[in-house]
Design a binder for this molecule. Structure first.
Ligand code: BJW
Ligand code: ZN
Length: 247
């Protein structure tokens, strides 16, 4: 993979680097992506699962899907892409992760500033009284219910739902004020998350995309690197270290 000199120069002189990371970054940890050739939604329709009406209509099915994914996530580990991003904190003033992923792998890798746009699979809450239930959910007696009788749901953002305001606002500020903005493993079709890419571009950040294929937003990138995030990022780190060491 050829990484241009300009890209290494722009990263090496940056103060604030944002990593906008999505399902593709966790693919090498064994967590299936949503879209594309190995996407889970080739088999399951998003609108049948990731929306509140689907949950009210068939909470058993939605919980079964989340429990299946919880298990995969529980058994997975951060990969070299998550770990490289965490290591970069040793070299740069501000390294910020904005993620649509709900899998906690950035936190487990050691990243410190993380804005989660679509929630977190480890949290659950009652749809009626909003009490949080963060312990393991026992599904052996059917769909989990709160003491108030309300259904308990995963604390994730479904289609038609607002993103957590504090996380989205912080992510917007980061996209406005960074020197380099990485776009890693996203198809770039889900909004408002994808609009952060345009915000970063409008604010003159240098955009670097890493994806195994080109996407709808590739034309916006200053550098589009085709390949696996878990291979490209460690190679990039080595180049940055030689550059910083040589200045
Ligand atoms: C690799 C790799 C490797 C593989 N290395 N790369 C404006 C325009 C049009 C529509 C809208 C709009 N504004 C809002 C909408 C509606 C809607 C939307 O965006 N629809 C579009 C699909 C058309 N958005 C919403 O509804 C959002 N809410 C909202 O807007 O609220 C305001 C509102 C309120 C009330 C009424 C109306 C509006 C909410 C969106 C919530 C999305 N939720 C999900 C589920 C989260 C929980 C869960 O995980 O179960 O989030 S859907 C799913 O898609 C998940 C993901 O975070 C998200 C994005 O997917 P992502 O991460 O990009 O994954 P993939 O699979 O698409 O791509 C993987 C990529 O990785 C591929 O490109 C591969 O090539 C690559 N890859 N291996 C590097 N090793
Ligand atoms: Zn309740």
């Amino acid at each position: 993979m050829e990484i241009s000199k300009e890209t290494i120069d722009r990263i090496s002189t940056a103060k604030t680097i944002v990593f906008f990371t999505e399902a593709g970054i966790s693919a090498e940890s064994g967590i299936p992506v949503f879209r594309g050739k190995d996407g889970i939604w080739n088999k399951l329709k998003p609108e049948e699962l990731a929306n509140f009406n689907a949950f009210l209509k068939n909470p058993e099915m939605v919980w079964e899907w989340y429990n299946h994914r919880k298990k995969i996530i529980h058994d997975s580990k951060p990969n070299s892409a998550h770990l490289t991003i965490a290591k970069l904190q040793n070299f740069f003033q501000n390294v910020i992760v904005i993620t649509q992923n709900i899998d906690n792998l950035h936190r487990r890798a050691g990243s410190k500033i993380i804005y989660e746009l679509h929630g977190n699979i480890e949290r659950n809450y009652c749809v009626k009284c909003h009490t949080f239930y963060n312990q393991e959910i026992d599904l052996s007696h059917g769909v989990p219910k709160c003491e108030c009788g309300g259904l308990i749901r995963p604390d994730v953002v479904w289609f038609g739902e607002y993103l957590p305001e504090d996380q989205l606002n912080a992510a917007e500020r980061a996209a406005e004020n960074c020197d380099v903005f990485f776009i890693i493993g996203t198809s770039g079709v889900v909004y408002p998350a994808a609009s952060l890419i345009y915000t970063a571009k409008e604010n003159k950040a240098y955009l670097i995309e890493i994806n195994i294929e080109s996407t709808e937003i590739s034309y916006l990138a200053d550098e589009s690197l085709i390949g696996k995030a878990g291979e490209i990022l460690p190679e990039m780190l080595e180049k940055i270290k030689s550059k910083i060491g040589s200045t």
